[in-house]
Design a protein around this ligand. Sequence first.
Ligand code: UDP
Ligand code: MG
Length: 323
Amino acid sequence: MISVVVPLYNEEANVKELYRRLKTALDKSAIRHEILFVDDGSQDNTLGELKSILAADTDVRVVKLSRNFGHQPAISAGLENAGGDAVVVMDGDLQDPPEVIPLLVEKWKEGNQVAYARRKSRKEGLFKRAGYTFFYRLLRWMGNIKIPADSGDFCIMDRKIVNILNTGMTEQLKFIRGLRAYAGFRQVAVDYERDVRASGKAKYTPRKLISLAIDGLLDFSVFPLRIATFTGLFISAASFLTGLFFILHRILDFKVLGHSPTDTPGLASLAVGIFFLGGLILLMLGIIGEYIGRLYFEVKKRPSFIIEEILSQKNNATQNTQN
Ligand code: UDP
Ligand code: MG
């Protein structure tokens, strides 16, 4: 049995069409399935739409979160409630075409624990595309593990991987596509054309997207901390040599600069040096702060999502008999 996990935040205009295409794709390949819609605290009629779908389909469950927790936590909520032997994760705005799912299932059946969808092209603006390309290259270079370029969360994962994500990776800030790669086993790519969002605006504002990117980078790398070490080493070595030069200059009085260093005004170079170093120190403090902030959140161990209720026909039936 396959579970399909779909996080939804204010997707009222997409839900029906998504369900229709998803169901067609799953039925066509005769895959036994359940669909888990995670309502991530939508303020529009997403839940209403989900309830009407639910009423007509026993394979559908709705995990309703108590407020908006964000894309990654919503996926985690779905993964923790999925019962399938494999779990498909996909976005709810039809950017991840449901027609790709049978291909993913095929790869899983061939014995791969993960089959992730890799986009051949993006239909977004040049600026956003460049940003994505830069980010995935940077992540590959900086991270200690190889997160495949141009793949998002759209994938199928074997029960083994899902269990590892649910219980083996206890961090609060989960960067799913990274942890999935971290888990290892046999992972293959399936190429597809990524569509444009069917309706509504992207829920990832540029700010949220940048924050996801920083989360991803810092989650898998301490390289930024090393920058401080290396820069520090470099600057100390350079100042040591400069100091040595000045001392020798004083003792031997060689006229390299044409005059003695002691009667050099040098205010400008001093000021620049101080500001440069000050800026560098602040930057490094900021980077250290980013990691400490993450430690702070991890230590508190707050749940990264809270489930208000899980809706399904079965639940409704029991509720009705109790009434
Ligand atoms: N989403 C969510 N919670 C959020 C933001 C987004 O569950 O706080 C869902 C959204 O409904 C969609 C998916 O996550 O199904 C991807 O979001 P979006 O399309 O905005 O991201 P993008 O495609 O721009 O990366
Ligand atoms: Mg989208």
